[in-house]
Design a binder for this molecule. Structure first.
Ligand SMILES: *Cc1c(COP(=O)(O)O)cnc(C)c1O
Length: 360
């Protein structure tokens, strides 16, 4: 069997251990004689998997009791539209613009004629940072941020303080470090970066927000529908939720969110040190105090496309894939989510160093 290091931004690498478990029980799940994929979503066989997944997320992420944890579909991108549908009260919605994903969320508010305001943006500097002193109005219906900017490689080190409900798109850093729920009212994330395969969106929402939804919002697009039915109003993406279940058990074995956060910091440091100690050969895209621990974005001196391509190709030859930067920023990007082993990062750092010595 061949397993290579996969630095793709999403869908991204999953632990070999977890894939082996899924393989092991694919045909006969828990002695039932059927695959979990074939189970009715109303059967106890599936129900246990579903509830274990929810309970494990709550336990590992320390989600307080007065929040619902939902499994939805439509990707993080549907959340861009569902947030205003469910939370906007006709007053004002406030956004921090830190890149393409925030821009797309703002676009959905605009479509719904939301009176929105962009209170801070790092667009002018090519989204290379998280703006300082973001001031959301306490009176806003909600305040919106993207905690980790997958494309640009920037990440909030602290969430802005506001009395308005804070909505966080945490698609690329959910469950990668402990968060303070006192500051968070709604968090959402597509599972395919840090938690499992594509097809499931995790929404963690404070109960007090569930009743805001407008009368003309379709049943399937109401958080309340899914909260009342424990995400079983209709058929949920059962196999994806099963994979999340396995991922959460894996995370627990790793020591939980606190431990994985330490490992993630260590992994990021290896790559950022390689960049910083390269005498200008590698240039990080993000300002140092905004650097992401999940997506390390960088160029080669003078944005040398030829050398960048060469490095991507050389990495592929050495069984490391997915290092090409997003088409909107170019350069290179190493996505090093929870499931990327430290060995993968060390191998990449070593190759970067050898490459530099050859071409600097
Ligand atoms: C990938 C990503 C999205 C889009 O997720 P989909 O599930 O493809 O809709 C949104 N926000 C962030 C921060 C992302 O990284």
């Amino acid at each position: 069997m061949k397993r290579i290091f996969n630095f793709n931004a999403g869908p991204s690498t999953l632990p070999t251990e977890v894939l082996m478990e899924a393989k092991e029980e694919l045909l006969d799940f828990r002695n039932s004689g059927i695959s979990i994929m074939e189970s009715s979503h109303r059967a106890k066989l599936y129900d246990d998997v579903h509830n274990e997944a929810i309970d494990l997320i709550r336990e590992l992420y320390k989600v307080p009791k007065d929040y619902h944890i939902l499994f939805l579909q439509g990707g993080a991108s549907l959340q861009f539209a569902m947030v205003p549908m469910n939370l906007y009260l006709g007053n004002c919605a406030q956004y921090a613009d830190t890149g393409s994903w925030s821009t797309k969320a703002i676009k959905e508010a605009k479509i719904q004629n939301v009176n929105y305001k962009i209170v801070a943006s790092s667009k002018e500097s090519g989204y290379d940072r998280i703006p300082k002193d973001i001031n959301f109005s306490d009176e806003a219906d909600y305040a919106y941020i993207t905690s980790n900017n997958t494309i640009y490689g920037t990440q909030y080190k602290e969430f802005p303080k506001t009395k308005a409900p804070l909505v966080i798109d945490a698609s690329s850093d959910i469950l990668s470090y402990p968060v303070n729920w006192e500051r968070i009212d709604l968090m959402f994330a597509g599972a395919q970066k840090n938690v499992g395969p594509a097809g499931v969106t995790i929404v963690i929402i404070k109960d007090s927000l569930l009743d805001r939804v407008k009368e003309n919002v379709p049943t399937m697009l109401r958080y309340k529908t899914h909260a009342q039915k424990n995400s079983l109003y209709n058929t949920p993406p059962t196999f994806g939720i099963y994979m999340i279940n396995l991922m959460m058990k894996w995370l627990k074995r790793k020591g939980g969110v606190e431990e994985i956060a330490k490992i993630n910091a260590k992994k990021a440091k290896i790559l950022y040190d390689t960049i910083d100690n390269s005498e200008g050969f590698y240039v990080g895209h993000a300002q140092k105090d905004s650097r992401s621990l999940m997506n390390v974005t960088f160029n080669i001196k003078d944005k040398n496309k030829e050398l960048e391509e060469k490095l991507v190709k050389l990495a592929e030859k050495n069984e490391m894939i997915g290092l090409k930067g997003h088409r909107s920023v170019g350069g290179l990007r190493a996505s090093i989510y929870n499931a990327m082993p430290i060995e993968g990062v060390e191998k990449l750092a070593k190759l970067m160093e050898e490459f530099r010595k050859e071409y600097q």
